[in-house]
Design a protein. Structure first.
Ligand code: KG4
Ligand code: ZN
Length: 366
């Protein structure tokens, strides 16, 4: 149980993908509860998310998750000032479970409803603080790199809730590449944490994977890397005399480690290099990192070293706040509440909701 809230709490609901999250957040910053029911085990068998299965699991877990959030916070409806919910982007069926749940709660308890963009939540995780901690806060102007399973982009923020898109992926998201290459290496779902674990056992980063620099743009592309990974894995299998498509004939553990390390290095190199370049071009006073792939240790360490060399504060939430959770939606929701925003009970799911659109080409180069 946490210290009692001194101000109203935002009750936040996140069900955009495969995590059922409910949180209670004060001031857009202090976490009083942040309960996440993960469906990872449920989707591991199929090697990826099955949308109908995900939506049904949200329905099954959302009430117990809310109950446990009340318990963790030692709070009740009298402490709540608003209900925030993710309305996109994400899986339509999953989003609808959270939206309808939040709407019902807001209506029954007569609280304002706030619609939050999931990607904005990933950015605002940088403002969160666990009980008893006072981490450094981001300062504007800042550059934020959001890297998740469905999204990879760089934005500049000169103030709260204002985004200028600097660059985005032209094909796969970084997390998607981790998941696909994880599968190629026989590491299972989700690939990101598994590749990180395998890579940490590598003795040398001696297998070179290609980097798509795309000139001086801040855009990303990971599909070529994915194709190269398939070729490199096939060659490694041939070298070890394994049949090409027998999943039970597995590469030696040391080979998997070296391949995982080479792949991870390539992704981290491109993400970190472009982020630092964008931060310098925008004269950023801080860098924010968010999204599931921001949980990656190699990425965190590389960016921390590069940012420190430039005396740029780097704000990276702890791994549990980088992957999907309700607290990040509460953090963003509180800003929207303060800005006077309210959503209606006609709020609908927006599966392809963007965070920011590119302005004009000349501006996107910073
Ligand atoms: O943000 P998130 O939890 O869900 C989406 O909004 O997509 O991100 C999930 C993604 C998955 O692709 C997963 O493989 C990746 O984040 N991920 C990681 C790590 N932990 C999660 N990727 C690399 N290293 C990690 N440690
Ligand atoms: Zn996410």
């Amino acid at each position: 149980m946490n210290g009692r809230a001194t101000g109203p709490l935002v009750l936040a609901v996140e069900t955009s993908c495969d995590e059922t999250g409910v949180a209670l957040v004060e001031d857009g910053r202090r976490i009083h509860a942040n309960v996440v029911a993960s469906q990872v085990a449920l989707h591991a068998a199929s090697g990826g998310i099955v949308p109908e299965v995900a939506a049904r699991a949200h329905l099954r877990w959302i009430v117990p998750v809310l109950d446990s959030a009340w318990q963790d916070a030692g709070a009740g409806w009298n402490d709540v000032g608003a209900v925030a919910v993710t309305y996109g982007p994400g899986l339509a069926g999953s989003l609808l479970v959270g939206i309808n749940f939040a709407k019902s709660l807001a209506w029954v308890h007569d609280k304002p409803l706030l619609a939050v963009n999931h990607l904005e939540g990933h950015v605002y995780a940088a403002w969160l603080a666990d009980p008893g901690s006072e981490p450094e806060q981001p300062v504007f102007p800042l550059v934020a790199l959001v890297v998740s399973g469905g999204h990879t982009f760089l934005v500049e923020m000169t103030d709260h809730l204002s985004y200028r898109l600097l660059g985005t992926t032209l094909d796969d998201a970084a997390g998607e590449a981790f998941d696909k290459v994880g599968r190629l290496l026989g590491l299972g779902y989700p690939g990101g944490p598994a590749i990180q674990r395998a890579a940490s056992a590598a003795t040398g980063g001696d297998i070179a994977f290609p980097r798509a620099w795309l000139g001086d743009s801040y855009d990303f592309s990971f599909s070529g890397l994915k194709t190269a990974a398939r070729r490199i894995v096939e060659r490694a299998r041939a070298d070890e005399g394994l049949p090409p498509d027998d999943p039970d004939a597995r590469l030696a553990e040391a080979t998997v480690a070296r391949l995982a390390r080479g792949f991870q290095d390539a992704v981290v190199d491109v993400l970190a290099t472009k982020t630092i370049r964008a931060a310098e071009a925008c004269h950023a006073r801080s860098i924010v990192l968010g999204g599931g792939v921001a949980a990656n240790l190699a990425l965190r360490e590389r960016l921390a070293a590069e940012a420190e060399a430039r005396r740029l504060p780097l704000i990276v939430p702890r791994p549990g706040l980088c992957t999907d959770n309700g607290a990040m939606i509460g953090a963003a929701g509180a800003r929207r509440l303060a800005a006077g925003e309210r959503a209606g009970l006609d709020l609908d799911a927006r599966p392809s909701l963007p965070l920011a659109r590119r302005l004009i080409a000349a501006q996107s180069r910073g």
